[in-house]
Design a protein around this ligand. Structure first.
Ligand code: E4P
Length: 215
């Protein structure tokens, strides 16, 4: 399973990359806005210099033509740039056109199996179903991951599933059990995944015993 980090924060990306567990990065307009007054293209370039893997940068146009124009400019930043496109009719048109040009796409804001099927047929490199936001409205987000995995495999569709809108370590474990290709994870959750109270207790005991030995 590949892990992407879901942030536009350089310090978080650097620290996560130093753990050796990060295969790529996803950003979105809200995550970039959280970084304050940064130039979007510059920030994507900086991220690409840290992580050698796919880096998703989202377009903000709502029409296909605008999305394609933005995508072409973003794609010039690095070969690793993947264009994140919202799951709309216009987004599908843009996905098809960009795929034809050899530009990688990540169709985002996916909340149903049919949306994922459309994105895959349009040629999306990645599809991002948002599990946390579904859970927020009392739908089981992970069921969607399972449905999409079955549908893509039924028809040999090549898009990779990015389990997105992950809120806790259990989401990551469930996505892994389903066999999702990728999970994009906030840095706080990556850190939580490394914790176990018994590890802490074990370290404390080893240290205490070691002190004992010296005396
Ligand atoms: C995915 O690509 C999105 O950036 C992200 O996972 C959305 O997460 P949120 O629902 O916690 O905002």
């Amino acid at each position: 399973m590949k892990f992407f980090i879901d942030t536009a924060n350089l310090e978080e990306i650097k620290e996560a990359a130093s753990l050796g567990v990060i295969d790529g990065v996803t950003t979105n307009p809200s995550l970039v806005a959280k970084e304050g007054n940064v130039d979007f293209h510059t920030r994507i370039k900086e991220i690409c210099e840290i992580v050698d893997g796919p880096v998703s940068a989202e377009v903000i146009s709502l029409d296909a033509e605008g999305m394609i124009e933005e995508a072409r400019e973003l794609a010039k930043i690095s070969l690793n740039v993947v264009i994140k496109i919202p799951m709309t009719v216009e987004g599908l048109k843009a996905t098809k056109a960009l795929t034809k040009e050899g530009i990688k796409t990540n169709v985002t804001l996916v909340f149903s199996a049919n949306q994922a099927l459309l994105a895959a047929k349009a040629g999306a490199t990645y599809i991002s179903p948002f599990v946390g936001r579904l859970n927020d409205i009392a739908h089981t987000g992970m069921e969607l991951i399972s449905e999409i995995a079955t549908i893509l495999s039924n028809y040999g569709l090549e898009s990779e599933i990015i389990t997105a809108s992950i809120r806790n370590p259990l989401d990551v474990k469930e996505a892994a059990l389903i066999g999702a290709d990728i999970a994009t994870i906030p840095f706080s959750v990556i850190k939580q995944m490394s914790n176990h109270p018994l590890t802490d207790v074990g370290i404390e005991k080893f240290m205490a015993d070691w002190e004992q030995k010296k005396n």
